[in-house]
Write a protein that binds this ligand. Structure first.
Ligand SMILES: [Zn+2]
Length: 269
């Protein structure tokens, strides 16, 4: 079992993010206050062989320390698959290069809402070009789910970016909600685009997705969908996401792909 989408940060930043969710989202995060080590123990108890830790930055000058912190975490917790961050006002090429080269990260994460930047902003070109050069994936929060509070996310920005960088390998978070059909259709022309299920528990979403719809998407794109929980930033338990998928009566072969094989294949594990 692989969780292809979770978050962890140094303790002070982690506390600040929990508070942000409490003040801005009124979410009831059951993991509120849990630090990175506690989250990793929890993932081990849940039976994950590997878990992708995705960083992100909201202001310039922070990425380097965060990436160094994650590199140190990997040494003590080898089940972590590290996915680094870079801020568009920093040396994008230099920090991406350092993450993929010296630090040996699996890929990079871009959070368009937190960073308050559209995906097609030219300042991100060095991020995409460096990822392509290393043939490593980007995990992107490009869609409008769970909540679009910046107006900087959405399918149109993603499509424009992929038009310029069609060879970029991308894991689109949250199944591309709330414009999933458009994301999936474009992905049919782009073999390097996959999706994760992070935070698709109903309590975290503003627009509901029916079980029939979810089952249809996962069946149709069974080679392209990776399980991700979004631990710990969820309105509810990470296990709710798993229960939702388990409750869809999918074939075992499909579940096997979603819970492990697709991640192994896409991330060359
Ligand atoms: Zn996330």
């Amino acid at each position: 079992m692989i969780d292809a989408h979770m978050h962890a940060f140094p303790e002070r930043l982690m506390s600040a993010i929990y508070k942000w969710f409490q003040n801005n989202r009124e979410w009831d995060i059951p993991y509120h206050g849990w630090n990175a080590d506690r989250l990793f123990d929890y993932q081990n108890e849940q039976g994950y062989d590997r878990y992708f830790v995705l960083l992100y930055v909201h202001k310039s000058g922070m990425a380097k320390d965060l990436n160094d912190w994650l590199a140190a975490m990997v040494k003590q917790t080898p089940k972590i698959v590290p996915v680094g961050c870079v801020h568009h006002e920093d040396d994008v090429e230099g920090e991406t290069e350092r993450c993929l080269g010296d630090l040996g990260f699996a890929g990079m994460k871009l959070h368009c809402a937190v960073q308050n930047i559209t995906m097609d902003d030219k300042r991100l070109d060095p991020l995409y070009k460096t990822l392509i050069r290393y043939n490593r994936p980007l995990v992107v929060h490009a869609g409008t789910a769970p909540v679009d509070y910046t107006g900087k996310v959405g399918f149109a920005y993603f499509a424009r970016t992929m038009d310029r960088f069609p060879e970029l390998r991308v894991q689109v978070a949250h199944l591309g909600l709330y414009e999933s059909e458009q994301f999936f259709q474009l992905a049919e022309q782009l073999p390097g685009v996959v999706f994760d299920t992070a935070a698709i528990n109903p309590a975290s979403l503003e627009e509901s997705v029916s079980q029939e719809q979810l089952k249809d998407w996962i069946t149709r794109y069974s080679d392209r969908i990776l399980f991700g929980s979004d631990l710990p930033f969820l309105n509810g338990w990470a296990t709710d996401v798993r229960s939702l998928i388990d409750g869809l009566n999918l074939e075992d072969a499909v579940l096997q792909k979603v819970y492990a094989e697709n991640a192994r294949q896409f991330w060359n594990m």
